[in-house]
Write a protein that binds this ligand. Structure first.
Ligand code: M6R
Length: 368
């Protein structure tokens, strides 16, 4: 039931505040400590893990790329993020001290299933972050952390993505707590700030019309470039995937710092470039991305920018700015991705495409 929304995708984009809040609910005990009852892996094993390997596909893989920034920062454990379809073919270094995190909305993605089977054969423990209770991945893993996004019907993943990022953050903070490092005293504070994210997402949704207007001017685009730095980089990749899936337009996400190493040759008059700008409170990131916007603008690009409320430094170089409420840097992907989802959804509709069932795609990919 679309509950009055024109498409399931639109409905699911708007369900994100609830999906994030539901994924966060009930994770702390009365003392404010994280208590993940479903993660039954003995604490000694979690404490002794020397590496985290995330395996996933598509959008879930991009959630893993976001998670790497948080888990490495909080836990000081090296994190690898691997496409599940590639994982077992490269003879990966996996031991009993490896903690594998499998991320999947459906829990039925065959590439991810085969990756976790391979990991468990090497003695690794697997935590599954899945949205579907009882799914194959949840049954075949040592522990399950459920995202509570509710059923996702549209083929293009939206609320599962933001719920997956939320779940990886809970897991990262839990590992920090168990391992007792310098962040373990700040866990409550991080959880409190995470709890503020759903309202911020809602604020972005309330301004959806400005995104829709721009999207409707792009029906003739044949290529769109997405740029991001730090946590904005996987957001750029995810934004580009949404456009490919829904609009059948060639789209590519780049790490903004890579621009000068090649992709800038693509820029000519009228090339749409969507830039995810870091918060000005991280000047070392912000000023570099600002200069990337200037570089592409000088070469005639149409610059569409996602930037924090009040960041006027981008105005002079942007055709349009989508505004994001301020939040801690690690939480920005949960906000930055929302206008990119709305953009692809609206453009696909304006181009006359089937938003919920794009051509050639299935909701869950049960073959390798
Ligand atoms: O069900 P899963 O999360 O394992 O699915 C993984 C990918 O197939 C999925 O994210 C796919 O990339 C989506 N269509 C993206 O919108």
């Amino acid at each position: 039931d679309k509950e009055g929304w024109p498409t399931f995708m639109e409905k699911e984009i708007h369900e994100q505040p609830a999906a994030i809040a539901a994924t966060l609910a009930g994770r702390c005990d009365a003392d404010g400590r994280l208590a993940l009852d479903e993660v039954r892996i003995p604490e000694a094993i979690l404490r002794g893990a020397d590496k985290v390997v995330v395996v996933a596909c598509g959008t879930a893989f991009y959630a893993g790329l976001v998670a790497r920034y948080a888990i490495e920062h909080w836990c000081r454990i090296p994190v690898e993020v691997e496409l599940a379809s590639e994982f077992r073919y490269r003879d990966p270094v996996v031991t009993e001290k490896t903690l594998v995190v499998a991320i999947s909305q459906s829990g039925e993605t065959m590439d991810t299933i085969m990756a976790i089977r391979h990991a468990r054969e090497q003695g690794a423990k697997v935590v599954a972050i899945v949205n579907t209770p009882g799914s194959t991945i949840s049954r075949e893993s040592d522990a399950v952390l459920l995202t509570h996004a509710g059923p996702e019907i549209a083929v293009a993943s939206t609320k599962a993505f933001t719920a997956q990022i939320t779940a990886t953050y809970i897991l990262g903070l839990y590992l920090a707590q168990i391992r007792g490092n310098k962040f373990s005293d700040e866990i409550q504070d991080y959880m409190d700030k995470l709890a503020l994210v759903p309202d911020k997402v809602q604020r972005i949704l309330d301004r959806a019309e400005s995104v829709r207007q721009v999207a409707r001017t792009m029906t003739g685009a044949t290529s769109v470039i997405y740029l991001g730095r730090h946590v904005g980089y996987p957001v750029a990749l995810e934004g580009a995937l949404k456009l490919k899936e829904l609009c059948y337009i060639h789209a590519e996400g780049f790490a903004a710092g890579e621009l000068k190493h090649g992709p800038i040759a693509l820029i000519d008059e009228g090339q749409p470039v969507i830039v995810v700008v870091p918060t000005p409170r991280r000047p070392e990131l912000h000023r570099k991305v600002l200069s990337n916007i200037q570089e592409v603008r000088t070469r005639g690009a149409r610059t569409i920018v996602v930037a924090e409320e009040g960041d006027s430094s981008v105005d002079a170089y942007s055709e349009v700015v989508f505004r994001i409420p301020p939040a801690p840097t690690l939480y920005l992907p949960l906000l930055d991705v929302v206008p990119l989802q709305l953009f692809a959804c609206e453009l696909a509709g304006a181009m006359g495409h089937d938003v919920d069932q794009p051509r050639n795609l299935a909701k869950s990919v049960t073959v390798e």
